[in-house]
Write a protein that binds this ligand. Structure first.
Ligand SMILES: CC(C)(COP(=O)(O)OP(=O)(O)OC[C@H]1O[C@@H](n2cnc3c(N)ncnc32)[C@H](O)[C@@H]1OP(=O)(O)O)[C@@H](O)C(=O)NCCC(=O)NCCS
Length: 174
């Protein structure tokens, strides 16, 4: 069993979520930009943010995958989450690399920096052969991150957990 490791990049700390992150994490999810991009329910609230944190932390314990909380090294501020997501869904392609930042921190390369470290961890530490990203066709910013990380679009398909639209399935081999 793998606990969530603490990692560092040039500008970010990737660390396990802690209970005290709930307000900062909800502040990320509660922006109009993130709600729209992730199609979050209008009813999503602070307790849902806490459940997501617990979901990721539990996934590290169960599967050795999960998202890290991201901290800006220069300020110690919470900027979002990124990491490796492998939920129990029959049509999920595999271990997914993903990223969600507070809009205040968009446009600085932080998602690409965290994504690169997550992919390095997936290939070197978890010894995975391939990673995936499931990205809605209209989410051009997320597609740009995937492209910067050397990922390619394999196919578009509709997954059971999100029946209203197909997702692009992006992928990168080791
Ligand atoms: C997807 C998301 C994380 C992308 O954020 P982002 O800021 O565009 O991506 P990055 O952090 O990699 O930053 C890249 C941008 O920073 C710029 N940049 C500035 N300084 C930089 C630096 N030092 N290094 C690298 N890039 C830098 C790049 O040129 C690029 O700008 P551009 O978009 O004008 O080309 C963000 O839009 C988000 O959180 N969206 C909502 C959640 C979401 O959709 N998640 C994905 C679901 S599939």
């Amino acid at each position: 069993m793998n606990a969530c490791p603490r990692l560092e990049t040039d500008r970010l700390i990737l660390r396990p979520f802690i209970d005290g992150d709930v307000d900062d994490y909800f502040a990320v999810l509660d922006t109009a930009e993130v709600r729209q991009a992730l199609h979050l329910s209008e009813s999503l609230d602070r307790s849902d943010a806490w459940q997501q944190m617990a979901w990721f932390l539990g996934q590290w314990a169960l599967r050795g995958t999960g998202h890290w909380a991201l901290e800006e090294r220069s300020s110690g501020r919470f900027v979002g989450r990124a990491g490796l997501h492998y939920p129990e869904r029959p049509d999920w392609p595999g271990v997914e690399v993903g990223w969600v930042l507070h809009p205040n921190y968009w446009g600085q390369g932080y998602a690409t920096e965290a994504g690169a470290e997550a992919i390095r961890y997936a290939f070197e530490d978890l010894d995975l052969e391939r990673i995936y990203s499931c990205i809605l066709p209209e989410n051009l910013q997320s597609q740009a991150v995937a492209q910067r990380l050397g990922m390619e679009l394999l196919e578009e398909r509709t997954m059971a957990y999100f029946p209203s639209s197909p997702h692009g399935i992006w992928s990168k081999a080791r």
